[in-house]
Every structure is written in C-alpha cells, then in structure tokens.
Design a protein around this ligand. Structure first.
Ligand code: ITT
Length: 204
C-alpha cells in the first residue's frame, strides 16, 4: 500500500550517475538519496540479483533504525557491462574493474586493450533492481540492452562505460546519444518500466 503520495523511496546507491537517471526514469517516485553519513553497503555476491538484494536489505535495516524521514521502501540497483569476449566480464565487477585506475577513461582503455585481436565485440548492459518495501518481502526485477563495443571511447554523456557502448541498431555510443535516447532503451530504463508496472499492479 502506498503510504506517501507520490511513492517515496530511498535509493541505496552512492553512484551519482544512477541517482540522476532514476530521477529521470521514475518521475512519479520521490527519490531520497542515500545519506552521506550512512554506511557503505556490502555487495559480496556473484550475481547481480544477489548484490541488488544485499544492498536493498542492508539499506532497509539501516533505514528502519536510523532513517531521518518516513519512506515507503528502499530501492537498490546492481548493474554492469557484460562483454562476451571477456566471458561476461567485468559484469558484477564493473564498478571494481581496474581499481588502480580511478578515471573511467583509463578503465575503458584497459578494457578495450583486453579484447583479443579480431574478437567478437558483442556486449550487454544488465540492471537488476531490488525493491524492499519497509514492511514486506523484497523482490527483484531486471532489464538489459544488447549492443557492441566501439573501437574507442566517444561522447561525454551518461557515466561509467557509456562512451564505448553502441546499443544495437545505433551507430552512436551511449556517450554520444542524448539522454532521452538512452532512456528509451537502456537496461535501467527497461528495469524501471517493469518496476513501475509491478508497483502499480500491486497497488503499492
Ligand atoms: P552503488 O553500488 O552505490 O549503487 P556502484 O557504481 O558501485 O554504485 P554497481 O556495483 O552496481 O554500482 O556497479 C555498476 C557499474 O556498472 C557502474 O559503476 C558502471 O561502471 C557500470 N554501469 C552500470 N550501469 C551503467 C550505465 O547505465 N552506463 C554506464 N556504465 C554503467
């Protein structure tokens, strides 16, 4: 049941790129950012779904004890870039790939350099959302977008690996395409659409 109108949800994430996208993708939900003084949320699973649930449940437990305002639930996102020629990597380790290189332009260059000569360049972005209502069991919902890796980074839009991801059917990377185009087909957009349908369906 919706306690607040609009639905008010804590986003258990420190990624500002995700935060910006959720605000745009879920305009009917009031998104409360994860507080600066809240703890880092562990993500030790082998799969996106495990990590999304771990973050949502950890954040809900913390919010129930320390939250500064009433909310309807907690939302977490575990996502990443899965490259076929790298056996699906960096996948769940996308945020932790090449930790010696903090800047994404350097991580991207290393990732491209790891592709063997002539390797197939197909890849996909995957997003698993976990939603934990404050007083009901959590659930997960996922979205993905197929594509391929550009030969070199292009564009400044978005975040993370966007400058090298060419969504299927497009000649431009997510770094070059306008946000509206990314939001019409991205992994996160598809997961958000499914989440919104489910929340509406359950009258939450
Ligand atoms: P939180 O756990 O605090 O949410 P995080 O960045 O650590 O932030 P993840 O563990 O889910 O989150 O890692 C996701 C990484 O995958 C992210 O840091 C990017 O490198 C990449 N990624 C996910 N979605 C992306 C997108 O839409 N565009 C570009 N890169 C993306």
């Amino acid at each position: 049941m919706i306690v607040h109108s609009p639905l008010k949800v804590v986003l258990a994430s420190r990624n500002v790129g995700k935060l910006r996208e959720f605000a745009e993708l879920l305009p009917d939900i009031q998104v409360v950012p994860w507080p600066a003084d809240a703890p880092e949320l562990p993500e030790t699973g082998a799969f996106f779904q495990d990590n999304a649930l771990q973050k949502a449940e950890g954040a809900r437990a913390w919010w129930l004890a320390h939250g500064t305002e009433p909310v309807d639930g907690v939302l977490a996102d575990d996502s990443g870039l899965c490259v076929d020629a790298l056996w699906g990597g960096p996948g769940v380790l996308s945020a932790r790939f090449a930790p010696d290189l903090p800047a994404y332009r350097d991580k991207i260059r290393r990732l491209l350099a790891m592709l063997p000569e002539g390797a197939v360049r197909t890849a996909r972005f995957v997003c698993v959302l976990a939603y934990a209502p404050l007083q009901a069991p959590p659930f997960t919902i996922s979205g993905s977008v197929e594509g391929s890796l550009a030969l070199e980074p292009r564009g400044e839009s978005g975040f993370g690996y966007d400058p090298i991801f060419l969504p299927e059917g497009h000649d431009h990377t997510f770094g070059e395409l306008p946000a509206e185009t990314k939001h019409s087909l991205s992994h996160r957009a598809r997961a958000c659409q499914a989440l919104w349908r489910r929340l509406l369906g359950e009258g939450m």
